[in-house]
Write a protein that binds this ligand. Structure first.
Ligand SMILES: Nc1ncnc2c1ncn2[C@@H]1O[C@H](COP(=O)(O)OP(=O)(O)OP(=O)(O)O)[C@@H](O)[C@H]1O
Ligand SMILES: [Mg+2]
Length: 258
């Protein structure tokens, strides 16, 4: 279970960043007092436009960023006080962290497996299972830099799942993938849910959110603007599809030049 209480993340901007963003404000509030919970056996989606704060929220859960304020507790472990315990139970995938291009998928899979102290026989079994599911077998000894975009992403997904984590946090897992490859990823996430895992994904693809997620959190300008099932969000906005509901939430909540 994940419990997020009043999570706020403020980035300090360098003078170069301030110039680029044409702002005089040296602070950027990326996540603004967000609270939510997520339980095992559900797929929770974070839906929001570019710059909404999705990646920042997920990185705080994954212990890669310290909240400026508020707390994140994963299976009873606070992400700041007990980051190792949190890391042991989560699999994290983000576009920002890439596999080292010089190594092969097999090498990296085994490397991260050993880092997570996965026993050798289990490691081999996991590798065969995941590489076969994602069609990486046959490419496993090629350097990451030689793989296609889709294959790189699938290798990153397999590596993130090496330790069979109970909680899977995927930041835009289908970004850059064709519909067939994307479907194999979303089908796999549904399988994980069936096994009782907790899956959190971020996306800005409405159709994906509609098909995949049991519940959604809509984030706009760092703030939680809606939470619930598709039905809840349709009811709240008076719309009957996610795209219209999302535009309505954006119209009501987005402020220019915060
Ligand atoms: N390291 C950083 N330093 C300063 N500002 C940052 C940093 N990382 C992100 N931001 C800013 O914080 C806000 C939230 O960014 P974040 O990456 O969390 O959004 P996102 O919802 O993941 O967007 P996208 O859909 O583009 O991936 C944005 O305005 C972004 O420019
Ligand atoms: Mg992002």
């Amino acid at each position: 279970m994940i419990e997020i209480r009043n999570l706020t993340k403020i980035y300090k901007l360098s003078s170069g960043q301030m110039k680029k963003l044409k702002t005089k404000n040296s602070r950027k509030v990326a996540v603004d007092n967000i609270s939510f919970e997520a339980k095992k056996g559900e797929i929770l989606g974070l839906l929001g436009p570019n710059g909404a704060g999705k990646t920042t929220t997920l990185r705080c859960i994954a212990t890669l960023l310290k909240p400026t304020d508020g707390t994140v507790v994963v299976d009873g472990h606070d992400t700041v006080r007990e980051p190792e315990a949190v890391r042991a139970s989560i699999g994290f995938l983000t576009n920002e962290i890439k596999l080292d291009p010089q190594f092969s998928a097999r090498y990296l899979f085994d490397f991260f497996g050993r880092l997570h102290q996965v026993p050798e026989d289990k490691l081999k079994q996991r590798r065969e299972e995941l590489f076969s599911y994602f069609g990486i077998d046959g490419f496993e000894d090629k350097k990451i830099e030689e793989l296609s975009t889709g294959m790189k992403q699938k290798a990153a997904i397999a590596v993130s799942l090496v330790h069979d984590p109970d909680i899977v946090i995927f930041d835009e897992p289908t970004s850059g993938l064709d519909i067939i490859t994307a479907r194999s990823v979303t089908d796999y996430l549904l399988e994980l849910k069936k096994k009782g895992k907790l899956v959190i994904v971020s996306t800005h693809i409405m159709s994906e959110a509609e098909k995949l997620c049991d519940r959604l959190i809509v984030i706009i300008d760092g703030k939680k603007t809606a939470e619930g099932t598709l039905r809840d969000i349709y009811d709240e906005t008076g719309k009957d599809n996610l795209e219209d509901a999302f535009f309505e939430l954006y119209r009501v909540n987005h402020k220019e030049d915060r």
